[in-house]
Design a protein around this ligand. Structure first.
Ligand code: PMV
Length: 329
């Protein structure tokens, strides 16, 4: 049995995914659009070598992974084993260059890397679209990290989910943009995205309006990307993030991911814009703030965010390639 190592960059949605039309298959209620990043990501090695003899042996950042992580990864490997008609347990070694489960999209790069490495190690010959569908079963946003640059995820309409896959929208070639990530808290997020989406869909009076708003944002984002219009794209990204969070905040009990530093970083971004810097924030299921800007202004944006009360540190990421196998034996 072979082993394979894959790497995947995380992706940050500029038009957010928030809500599922099917929980089991992670079928999204609406489309989404993201940018895959270069330096924030996951490297994963998979070998179907029998694991520890009776179960999968799964390590995260050099130590045995926690129970929640192991059961999610093993359930995902079961799908790969089912498709490849193999029964061997696996050894998985995975390294994140982003803090796990902190709202820095480690599940996106994590399941993209796991899908690519596990499929290769199991001898499955899957196309990028098939890998996107497979990655989606681990985490909805992971379907997008199979591709590089600007990526769009289709909600699809089929019950089997074969059409709920991502595709590469635009490589971003010739457009020097960056995402500056402002980390505003240590540790894991309070509520995972799956549970939060389910609660929003079940209880938020704004959920229907949120889902109906996504199509217009997708179309505005596509137009802005084609025109290399940073202000246009940034405006959509802020609007989409705020609408997503508004729908979650209106859930019962409410879901509020922000902390005081999140709000302070948003104010910093607005102040930068008043000074003529094209910078726009987005926020995922956590308190961190990600700021889209031109490459030439990324250092100034990072400096402003570093000087913001409560911001612990910043990272600057560029657009990156899709998930890929880097070693196979
Ligand atoms: O992939 P999930 O199920 O962790 O959901 C990700 C949800 C957001 O990051 C908040 C938005 C998005 O589109 O990535």
């Amino acid at each position: 049995m072979t082993s394979a190592t894959a790497v995947a960059g995380t992706n940050i949605a500029l038009v957010k995914y928030w809500g599922k039309r099917d929980q089991t298959l992670n079928l999204p209620a609406a489309g989404s659009l993201s940018l895959t990043l270069d330096r924030l990501g996951t490297r994963t090695r998979v070998a179907f070598d029998g694991g520890d003899g009776s179960a999968d042996r799964i390590a995260l950042d050099g130590a045995p992974a926690g129970q929640k992580f192991v059961s999610r990864a093993s359930a995902f490997l079961d799908r790969v084993r089912g498709r490849a008609a193999i029964s061997a347990c696996a050894t998985v070694e995975t390294f994140n260059s982003v803090p796990t489960a902190a709202g820095l999209a480690s599940s996106a790069s994590g399941f993209a890397a796991l899908a690519v490495a596990a499929a290769q190690a199991a001898g499955l010959d899957l196309s990028p679209v098939e890998l996107s569908e497979l990655a989606r079963l681990g985490s909805g946003s992971a379907a997008r990290s199979i591709f590089g640059g600007f990526v769009e995820m289709a909600p699809g309409s089929r019950a089997d989910g074969h059409d709920a896959v991502a595709h590469a929208l635009d490589s971003g070639a010739g457009w020097e943009v960056r995402l500056v990530v402002a980390i505003t808290a240590a540790g894991e997020k309070a509520i995972g995205s799956t549970a939060a989406m389910a609660r929003t869909a079940a209880t938020s009076p704004y959920y229907g309006a949120w889902v109906r708003s996504v199509e217009d944002d997708l179309s505005a984002a596509r137009t802005a990307i084609a025109a290399r219009d940073l202000n246009g794209l940034g405006t959509v990204a802020e609007r989409s993030a705020l609408r997503m969070h508004a729908s979650a905040m209106a859930a019962d009990p409410p879901i509020l991911y922000w902390n005081p530093a999140t709000l302070a970083a948003m104010a910093t971004v607005r102040a930068l814009r008043e000074r003529g810097v094209s910078a726009f924030f987005t926020i995922d299921a956590g308190p961190h703030v990600k700021v889209l800007c031109a490459a030439a202004e990324a250092d100034a944006v990072a400096a402003a965010l570093n000087g913001t009360a409560g911001v612990l540190r910043t990272l600057i990421a560029a657009p990156g390639p899709g998930a890929r196998v880097v070693e196979a034996a």
